[in-house]
Design a protein. Structure first.
Length: 223
């Protein structure tokens, strides 16, 4: 990497960037939707990427026709049931589920002294990184339960930078969700989006998949 580089940290989203647990979120929400008689497609599941559990449930209930009214307590019970199903499913996660290029990219960051953070909206993030065998690679894993605001608020990325002791302007954030990219930009960081080229108007760099993450290339774009 270029010695003049001012990059100090890379802060990752988890679901859709480090591993693909979106399928397990889909299966768990699908089971709840079937029970409630609400249609729930894979396409609709895309809207839930990076969205908190309770907000995901609200979006899902908003699909019902005629609309279904639930008390806060009932919604909490539904969200808890979804989470129990999800937690069963993620027991299958192993280090083989790291997305392509992630182990190499993380190794390159470590070799170059770039700090590594995790900024996931998932309350299950720690369990997932433990099952992936990469917990010790992260210098900071933000505890989302301690935050006040969800993505696209920048709080989660700013918390990661503050915990790492780095200037947000010297950080790259990597995300697969529009709300996440907007959170990175609101934190004054350089945003790398993973996914469709047309889907992220605010990203600084868009890569089709994680195999394209390359520190040398990103460092050049960053500086
Ligand atoms: P949980 P990320 C997000 O993770 C997922 O993309 C989103 O689908 C999920 O609803 C959210 O975490 C909350 O997850 O129910 O486990 O707390 O993409 O920010 O890593
Ligand atoms: Mg994500």
């Amino acid at each position: 990497m270029d010695k003049a580089i001012s990059l100090q940290a890379v802060i990752f989203d988890l679901d859709g960037v480090i591993t693909d647990t979106a399928e397990y979120h889909y299966q768990a929400w699908k089971a709840i939707s079937d029970e409630l008689g609400i249609s729930f497609s894979r396409e609709f599941n895309e809207n839930l990427k990076g969205v908190s559990r309770i907000d995901s449930l609200k979006l899902l209930l908003g699909q019902a026709s005629p609309p279904l009214a639930y008390s806060n307590e009932e919604m909490e019970q539904l969200a808890n049931r979804k989470n129990q199903l999800y937690q069963e499913l993620i027991k299958k996660v192993t280090p083989a589920d790291l997305l392509p290029g992630i182990p190499e990219f993380i190794a390159d960051l470590k070799r170059n002294g770039v700090k590594i953070g995790l900024a996931s909206a998932s309350k299950n993030a720690l369990v997932v990184v433990q099952r992936l065998g990469v917990e010790s690679d992260f210098d900071i894993i933000v505890d989302v339960t301690k935050l006040k605001h969800n993505k696209p608020d920048p709080e989660i990325f700013l918390t990661a930078a503050a915990s790492l002791g780095v200037d947000p302007r010297r950080c790259i954030g990597v995300e697969d969700a529009v709300a996440g990219v907007n959170a990175i930009k609101a934190a004054n960081m350089f945003a790398v989006a993973i996914g469709d080229r047309t889907a992220f108007p605010n990203a600084d760099v868009i890569l089709p998949d994680t195999a394209q993450l390359n520190l040398g290339d990103l460092a050049k774009r960053f500086s």
